[in-house]
Design a protein around this ligand. Structure first.
Ligand code: ADP
Ligand code: TZD
Length: 576
């Protein structure tokens, strides 16, 4: 793409004026050359024209109300597609608003590139005080997988190639790419510009494990009395669904999905031991972690939650992850697809999960399943988490292709266990940080990237972090249904301040009508106070394929403070 020529654009040959281009055109051309189809962002100086140009050039631009949501959306796009999501932010505060989400993406190992305009370098660097002045690259460095800056228009192609390569190769993560306003506006010869762009070949090359590493792991699994496979979101991300399922099914190994790996193999698969999780962790003697870290979400692999004599096998693309918490007896460095393929090839019928272990897990699953069924069957008034989740579960089982986004405390903990997933990469949640605020961004990305229906199951506090994106959802007519679990509080809604008339720190507005919020933007609002009303509303909303919000009224006394993480609150000497 070239700029329109002006009478002053005269080249050396007076009969052939030189075609020109500029930084913004080069950014768009470089993204298109690398198969980027969508940009998530929020405009302002100096990137408004860049967004307009991207749209005019055939890229889809999704405009948000807060940068954090835009970057969360791009990160979710990265997780869903295994290609870096791209987002665009303005200088200074806009960049910083996005940085939380960039850090979150890096923590979750999602590939994303945050491109931000920035202010005049010669003013920023001498701290002379510019509009939205900030040394953004230095700030991003600490929180991203990498941070780069492009200082000349002729380096834009290189910068974008480098950002894409870094985001998606090895352990994926967030990459920051700084493009100062002056570079976006820099005019250069169009031929020189075009020649400076390139397409990244094989952005995430396969990484094969050494054969001896595969043999070592097979031997351990073959000798195990009580083997267990833990599937993490790295396994879901890797899109190695076929190899994983083949390996699991031919070996009969029991598997446990981490929350975002749910559906990688359907939750109702007979080898899933999600319903016997405690027993599986406590007893397993050989554990194979596939794209899952032994971090807090897995109790760091410590006893008594885990068998103190357990031996760990770990499949991870990042070798430095091994031994981060427990000794890894059989490290398998490589991408999940290549490692699982190697395991399939080196397993000559050696691995077969012993029948007594499988029977013990099945018995415990049945026992726990019966208890859960009882809890779900109860129908107390006012509505509790389980009653509402039973209604959602039943509606979603009739819509198995629905993407589920989930955040909150109790809302997250209960929904994770109740809502079965049937397809890979259909569940997006608070992830490794336990962050609130991913809800609307992730939901928007799921709808935009897949065209599929999305149900976001949100605690009322959690929803508040990104709630203004309801307007974005309505503006783009996305098939998203938001269900707000309204119990009037951060965690529970029954905390009372006994010393003044101010609300307690965990209180939110009693009787809030979240359904009215979406009506302001043309979406449909519902209010449900019983599982029956919730069922009817969700059916109708999903059938319409249009933006909707269901305010789902829950007993304010239901749940616990901090959900399942109550024990992480410091004890101290007690409080009011
Ligand atoms: P979970 O929270 O589901 O347990 P984690 O986010 O802790 O999962 O772990 C994901 C792991 O997957 C990370 O250590 C990351 O390096 C790894 N990973 C990401 N992509 C791949 C891949 N393609 N192949 C192998 N490992 C991967
Ligand atoms: N801020 C950010 C960015 N992330 C966080 N995790 C928190 C604050 C602390 N926090 C939680 O860990 S859960 C939560 C907060 C504020 C909200 C819990 O209330 P909820 O959920 O209404 O969303 P439940 O289901 O009613 O418990």
């Amino acid at each position: 793409m070239t700029l329109a020529q002006t009478p002053t654009d005269v080249g050396t040959d007076e009969t052939a004026p030189k075609a020109l281009t500029d930084g913004s055109h080069l950014v768009v051309d470089a993204l298109k050359l690398n198969d980027v189809h969508t940009i998530y962002g929020l405009v302002g100086i100096p990137i408004t024209d860049l967004a307009r140009l991207a749209q005019a050039s055939g890229l889809r631009y999704i405009g948000f109300r807060h940068e954090s949501d835009a970057v969360h959306a791009a990160a979710a796009a990265g997780f869903l597609t295994r290609k870096p999501g791209v987002c665009l932010t303005v200088s200074g505060p806009g960049f910083l608003n996005g940085l939380v989400a960039l850090a979150n993406a890096t923590t979750n190992c999602f590939p994303v590139v945050q491109i931000s305009g920035s202010s005049e370098r010669h003013i920023v660097d001498l701290k002379r005080g510019d509009y939205e002045e900030l040394d953004q690259m230095t700030a991003a460095e600490r929180f991203a997988k990498a941070a780069y800056r492009v200082d000349r228009a002729e380096d834009i192609g290189r910068g974008i190639a480098r950002a894409i390569r870094t985001a998606v190769s090895g352990r994926p993560g967030g990459v920051y790419l700084d493009i100062p306003a002056a570079v976006l506006g820099e005019i250069i010869d169009a031929d020189k510009g075009a020649a400076s762009l390139w397409r990244v070949i094989d952005p995430a090359p396969r990484q094969l494990p050494a054969p001896e590493a595969a043999v070592r792991a097979v031997r351990l699994l073959a000798d195990a009395q009580r083997p267990l496979v833990v599937l993490g979101k790295g396994a879901a991300y890797a899109q190695a669904d076929k190899q994983i399922r083949q390996f699991i099914e031919t070996t009969k190994l029991p598997f446990l999905p981490m929350s975002m790996a749910k559906g990688l193999i359907p939750d109702d698969h007979p080898q899933s031991v999600a319903a016997a999780r405690s027993l599986a962790l406590r007893e397993a003697d050989v554990v194979m972690l596939v794209g899952a870290r032994l971090n807090w979400l897995l109790g760091h692999g410590h006893a008594p939650q885990w068998n103190p004599d357990a031996k760990f096998i770990q499949v991870d693309i990042e070798a430095a992850e091994f031994d981060s918490n427990q000794p890894i007896a059989a490290p398998l460095a490589g991408d999940v697809g290549s490692v699982m393929q190697a395991l399939i090839e080196h397993n000559h019928g050696d691995i077969m999960a012993p029948a007594p272990w499988r029977a013990a897990l099945a018995a415990r699953s049945d026992q726990n399943g019966a208890k859960m069924a009882q809890r779900l069957a109860a129908d107390p008034h006012p509505m509790q988490f389980y009653g509402a989740l039973r209604a959602i579960r039943d509606v979603l089982s009739a819509h198995p292709k629905t993407y589920v986004v989930n955040e909150g405390a109790n809302t997250l903990d209960f929904a994770r266990n109740v809502i079965d997933m049937h397809l890979p990469r259909h569940r997006l949640d608070s992830g490794t940080w336990g962050i609130m605020g991913i809800g609307m961004g992730y939901a928007i990305a799921a709808a935009v990237e897949t065209g599929g229906p999305v149900v976001a199951i949100e605690g009322d506090s959690a929803f508040g972090f990104s709630g203004m994106e309801l307007e974005t959802i309505c503006r783009y007519h996305l098939p998203i249904v938001v269900v707000v679990f309204n119990n009037g509080g951060v965690y529970k809604g029954d905390d009372i301040n006994t010393v003044s008339t101010d609300p307690s720190p965990t209180a939110l507005t009693v009787g809030a009508r979240h359904d009215k919020l979406i009506e302001a933007f043309g979406g449909t609002g519902y209010r449900a106070t019983t599982p029956g009303e919730l069922t009817a509303a969700l059916h109708e909303a999903l059938a319409s394929g249009s933006p909707a919000l269901i305010d789902c009224v829950i007993d304010p006394t239901a749940g616990t403070e901090s959900g399942h993480l109550t024990n992480l609150n410091p004890k101290g000497i007690g409080h009011a």
